[in-house]
Design a protein around this ligand. Structure first.
Ligand SMILES: [Zn+2]
Length: 73
């Protein structure tokens, strides 16, 4: 019987590295760096609007072509 050192191993939520909880203050990440990167990704996703700006402002709210009097009964 060998005494097992008590370890609290976690897996980094960002890079997947296994780390000791005592080694970091950036739970649940292995390092502050991973935490920052993951946080940055989150912000990127929420701010990263795929397609907005050019073209959208050009379009009038009511396009005369869309409203076709002949098509409506
Ligand atoms: Zn990590």
């Amino acid at each position: 019987m060998s005494p097992k050192p008590k370890q609290t191993m976690f897996r980094c939520a960002y890079c997947g590295t296994t780390f000791d909880r005592a080694m970091t203050t950036a739970m649940p990440f292995c390092s502050e760096r991973c935490r920052q990167i993951d946080l940055g990704n989150w912000l990127d996703e929420s701010y990263g609007l795929p397609y907005e700006g050019e073209g959208t402002l050009d379009r009038a709210p009511q396009d005369p072509d869309t409203e076709d009097p002949d098509g409506v009964q």
